[in-house]
Design a protein around this ligand. Structure first.
Ligand SMILES: Nc1ncnc2c1ncn2[C@@H]1O[C@H](COP(=O)(O)OP(=O)(O)OP(=O)(O)O)[C@@H](O)[C@H]1O
Ligand SMILES: [Mg+2]
Length: 342
């Protein structure tokens, strides 16, 4: 992804402060698990009391190790998974209170793009039918001619040719399939898109194209993204703000520039230390995380990160979970660590 990171300056001007498009408040998604025949009733705290907001036209990057709850959070926000507790406000309405039929008009406004475009496209449906299906569900095309025109213009928007609309998913490359997935999401004119690792399954040479397409579409259409990714360089390039998750919780959130320049949570520091930096002067020393990610079924007491943390303090970090609080001298950055100020 180096081409992306160095090709031009990243969009760092975040949309003006103001009304959130989507705001979640203490959102939790717990999955019941049966741990063997005699031990029922455990839960996986996949998402645990997460609060976050995404403003119109903004990209919020969501990062963290595998299994920390990123996809579950993204899907819960769209109510593709039901939350266990908490609220999700979309355009100021708490959508957790809406019935599925009341949700329908809102579904247009919030869409998802998946990691694996091949798995998310029906192999028996042509591109025309795939994109037109979304138009039909929401009554956005009255006639077949209208639908065809709309599909053609959507394909052009995502960098495909209108004459490719009669083709089937297997006739496209991975990157082209992801473009079809994006066209399908755009068909219903969303304002908010959860992009769940949309480039991870693609060849490196294609990744930059898709990232730049997402960026161009954001500028043109004023889209807001929750951009879930493993690649911290790409997240830095695309995101106005970043949230770092560890074991179901957000441990740090800040404008992209601040988070990358001065990470305060030891976990964020460790994640970023593994990212190569172009300028050797600013080279960070590599922090190797000790041990594995603990189980979200039995998270450690206190701060869930403390068993792997080099600055954890006995009697403090293993007792109580630190709340996510703004830094005193930089309130735009919030950190869930007792030692963040030090
Ligand atoms: N339907 C489910 N039932 C039970 N547990 C689940 C379910 N879906 C996810 N989990 C668990 O919830 C936790 C979070 O999973 P999730 O897929 O959200 O993580 P992730 O951060 O997206 O990981 P990755 O980076 O690998 O995509 C994991 O421990 C996972 O095993
Ligand atoms: Mg995931």
């Amino acid at each position: 992804m180096t081409e992306v990171a160095t090709s031009e300056a990243p969009a760092k001007r975040a949309p003006a402060e103001g009304e959130a498009l989507c705001r979640i408040d203490s959102l939790s998604t717990h999955f019941p698990v049966n741990r063997g025949p005699f031990r029922k009733g455990g839960v996986v705290r996949a998402v645990d009391r997460v609060s976050l907001e995404v403003r119109p036209g903004e990209t919020v990057g969501l990062v963290g190790e595998s299994g920390c709850g990123k996809s579950t959070l993204g899907r819960t926000i769209l109510r593709l998974i039901e939350p266990t507790a908490g609220s999700i406000y979309f355009e100021n309405r708490d959508i957790t209170k809406l019935s599925m039929s009341e949700m329908r008009p809102l579904r247009r406004r919030m869409q998802i793009i998946f990691q694996d475009p091949y798995a998310s496209l029906d192999p028996r449906m042509s591109v025309r039918d795939t994109v037109a299906e979304a138009l039909e569900i929401h009554g956005l095309a009255k006639t077949k001619k209208q639908a065809d025109e709309r599909v053609a213009s959507l394909l052009e928007k995502v960098g495909l040719r209108p004459d490719q609309m009669d083709r089937y998913p297997h006739e496209f490359s991975g990157g082209q399939r992801q473009r079809v997935g994006i066209a399908r999401a755009l068909a219903v004119e969303p304002k908010f898109i959860v992009a769940d690792e949309p480039i991870s399954a693609l060849d490196v040479s294609i990744q930059a194209q898709i990232v730049n397409l997402l960026k161009d579409l954001q500028e043109e259409l004023g889209l807001a993204y929750l951009f879930i990714a493993h690649d911290l360089k790409v997240v830095e390039y695309l995101s106005h703000r970043v949230a770092v998750m560890y074991l179901g919780r957000v441990v740090e959130t800040a404008p992209s520039r601040e988070l990358y320049d001065d990470p305060r949570h030891p976990y964020t520091r460790a994640l970023l230390s593994a990212v190569p930096v172009p300028d050797p002067e600013t080279k960070r020393s590599r922090i190797v995380l000790q041990g594995d990610v603990p189980s979200p079924i039995d998270p450690p007491p206190g701060c869930a990160f403390h068993p792997r943390c080099s600055i954890a303090e006995k009697g403090l970090c293993d007792r109580e979970a630190p709340p996510l609080v703004p830094l005193k001298n930089r309130p735009s950055q919030s950190v869930a660590c007792f030692k963040a100020e030090g």
